[in-house]
Write a protein that binds this ligand. Structure first.
Ligand code: MOS
Length: 718
């Protein structure tokens, strides 16, 4: 029988969709356990300093309260000098460190964990938590974020980019360039706001800890839990079957996950702890506020000669994690002289973390805005300027690209968008009273694959089960793994069960960094190939596995793999794209609308065009939010995020999104994985905010360099 058309590359429906719609998919907070207790974090309501005293009498008086702990009296946790289980990857140590929760009388930010209430019911715990009376010492917080606020230089960045990147001599080239741009761009703190709140359900049984928690990275959570509570790794099981979004906020492990497990151990009963939406603003990470100065130097014909990017990233005062914001600037265009400097500016704020397209999302807002400014200064079309500087090879490593779809994305996008009808002069296009602007910007994201394990079983009835620790953050992991296994085994996707989100299953990286699909998918493919090989089968023909099993008198076939990324692949791999945005601006009210946007992407092969399109569109919607509505505003007196709910933190909703289209270029690229993909979870947001800002400039002649662009950004300037 001929091998049928592959399932990979087909837009099949989500295999987990029906279960989610019917409520059959159990999310973390729904995990059940006999004798479950309910815990609520007591938040600090000062940004800094110590507790002088805590009055817990009213808390304890609430019927059903089982325990009240504060920073002053929580049970002791041993704090070894070094984590007992060594961290192999530095990034994991940053994102999922040990947490010795409630062991110190020290508030580090508003909303910090100052105590815990545990009760028989969720209602009692919530009511009791409000009755705490803390007496704080009053210490003024450090919250300034100006160009001259004291900063520090990070020793390294999470992706390995040198925090002081150098190529050629940017300063010298800037001094002698024919045309220069020098501008400062600012982006605010932003919060991930997944629909699903962060939650943990922890229980100890016979010395073994089982934790259901909202993590994108079960193995990372296990490391943090094991080190925090001094347990052997094999005594900790972390489960995360379904996630209602994460966007990076659930990649790392946060102290409250450890706190739930600590309480379960101390109290001898299972404990459930779920954050409120408000607590999510302090305890689940955010994207850092940034200040960036970008200087560009070019010849009159548009050839880039120099790029200098000075980045200041606001951090907390302890972890002091500086984002890799200049991550993609140095490979974007051909340019002999590049200098990128990263600095951190500590503040008494919650720790910042990775958030969808960390690094490139804020970095490329600044850089792609500056490119538009350069195009204006040169009197050149912004697409032509980018095409003029297309590098033959990766300008950093000198390696050839495995594929680089940027020029195609720009050209094909221009064609589809009707770019040739654009009048290049700002404030030249109108529709009635509306000022019309068309903007463009490039998108990019590194294409990584990480070592990843998987195993597969086929039973006598011909059904397969794929098992891997991987998570599905709502992006389609369940679906594409069933497609990949179906192809590799000669089955229909419906005959493949996918079991994921569990550290008892083969080890994988977390779902993030746009590496999930390529890492997990390659491991599943290799596990299936291992199964066929063990049966002596050369190709996945329908029915062949069951026949081979019968012939051997076996009732189950198994395969497993630990898929390693190519060591020295000799090429440079990134996903690319281009955003085209139309804005309409009311010249009197300064109201900004985005009636249409188009994103064209070169991401290798889309494993499932339907889920891929959702990912890319979701990224673009995020980009619109970043451009126009999203900002977490700090009260400079007390250091809390004032708009810590979905009424005041504005994410785009359906009514904000009009004609939004995505195109995935037909692109062959087998360098990252033989499956042909390059990852597409994050590239969709990168550059989108710049495309909007560039469109606003084209509509109005006003350059807004500070996000979000609101009515106030334009008021009095039109
Ligand atoms: Mo993503 S910010 O790596 O979850």
């Amino acid at each position: 029988m001929a091998v049928s058309e592959p399932w990979l590359g087909r837009p099949i429906d989500r295999v987990d969709g029906p279960d989610k719609v019917r409520g059959g998919a159990r999310y973390t907070a729904e995990a059940e356990a006999a004798g479950l207790l309910h815990a609520v974090v007591i938040d600090a309501t000062r940004p800094k300093g110590q507790l002088r005293s805590a009055d817990t009498a009213a808390v304890e008086a609430v019927p059903g309260v089982v325990a009240v702990w504060t920073m002053l009296d929580a049970p002791p946790l041993d704090q070894p000098e070094q984590p007992k289980i060594p961290y192999e990857q530095p990034a994991l140590k940053i994102l999922s460190p040990p947490y010795y929760v409630l062991q110190e009388n020290r508030v580090r930010f508003w909303g910090d964990i100052a105590g815990l209430v545990v009760a028989e019911t969720s209602e009692a715990a919530h009511q009791a938590a409000r009755l705490i009376r803390f007496d704080y010492e009053e210490v003024p917080p450090a919250l300034a974020f100006d160009a001259d606020t004291a900063s520090f230089e990070p020793e390294s960045l999470i992706t390995g980019l040198d925090p002081k990147y150098r190529r050629g001599d940017a300063e010298e080239a800037l001094a002698s360039a024919e045309v220069t741009i020098d501008a400062v761009y600012e982006t605010p703190s932003e919060h991930h706001n997944p629909i699903e709140l962060a939650a943990t359900v922890a229980r100890f049984e016979d010395g073994k800890l089982t934790v259901h928690t909202t993590t994108q990275d079960p193995h990372g959570a296990r490391m943090s839990l094991a080190n925090s509570l001094e347990l052997e790794l094999d005594k900790v099981r972390v489960i995360s079957r379904y996630l209602g979004g994460g966007f990076g906020s659930k990649y790392g492990t946060w102290p409250q996950t450890v706190l739930a497990a600590f309480a379960a151990r101390e109290l001898g009963r299972p404990v459930r702890l779920e954050l409120s939406r408000k607590q999510m603003f302090a305890l689940n990470g955010h994207r850092a506020r940034h200040w960036q100065r970008v200087r560009l130097g070019a010849n009159r014909d548009g050839t880039l000669q120099a790029i200098a990017q000075d980045i200041r990233c606001q951090t907390d005062t302890e972890r002091r994690w500086v984002e890799h914001t200049g991550e993609t600037t140095h490979i974007m265009y051909g340019c002999p002289n590049v200098r990128i400097d990263h600095a951190g500016v500590p503040a008494n704020l919650p720790p910042n973390t990775i958030m969808r397209a960390p690094g490139s999302a804020p970095g490329m807002f600044a850089f792609e805005s500056a490119m538009d400014e350069l195009a204006m200064a040169l009197g050149m079309d912004p697409i032509d300027l980018r095409l003029k500087n297309e590098p033959e090879n990766d300008p950093d490593s000198g390696l050839p690209w495995s594929s680089r779809g940027l020029a195609r994305a720009l050209r094909e996008g221009a064609e589809r968008f009707g770019w040739s009808r654009r009048d290049p002069s700002p404030r030249s296009m109108r529709d009635g009273r509306w000022l019309i602007g068309w903007g463009v910007a490039s998108a990019v994201y590194p294409a990584f694959r990480l070592p990843c394990g998987a195993r597969v079983r086929v039973s006598a009835n011909g059904e397969a089960t794929v098992e891997t620790a991987a998570t599905d953050i709502g992006t389609g992991t369940y679906t594409i793994l069933s497609q990949i296994a179906a192809d590799a085994l000669g089955l229909e996707p419906g005959a493949v069960s996918v079991v994921i989100g569990d550290t008892d299953l083969p080890k994988t990286p977390g779902s993030g960094g746009s590496w999930g699909a390529v890492s997990y998918g390659t491991a599943v493919k290799e596990a299936c190939e291992d199964l066929l090989k063990k049966l002596g089968l050369e190709r996945p023909e329908p029915g062949a596995i069951v026949q081979a099993m019968r012939a051997r008198g076996e009732d189950e076939a198994r395969g497993e793999a630990m898929a390693q990324p190519p060591k020295d692949k000799g090429v440079s791999s990134y996903s690319f794209g281009a955003h085209f945005v139309e804005v309409r601006v009311d010249p009197d009210t300064c109201e900004i609308r985005v009636p249409r946007a188009l994103g064209v992407f070169g991401v290798g092969r889309a494993f499932n065009p339907k889920t891929a399109r959702s990912q890319l569109m979701g990224g673009m919607v995020w980009g619109l939010g970043m451009a126009l509505t999203e900002a977490s505003v700090v009260d400079l007196r007390y250091g809390h995020f004032v708009n810590s709910d979905l009424a005041e933190y504005h994410v785009p909703v359906n009514a904000d999104i009009r004609d939004l289209d995505t195109v995935i270029l037909d692109e062959e690229d087998g360098a990252v994985t033989p499956l042909g993909g390059k990852g597409l979870g994050e590239v969709g947001i990168v550059g989108m905010a710049a495309a909007v800002a560039n469109a606003v400039h084209h509509a109005t002649g006003v350059r807004v360099r500070k996000l979000p662009i609101t009515i106030e950004s334009l008021a009095g300037r039109l």
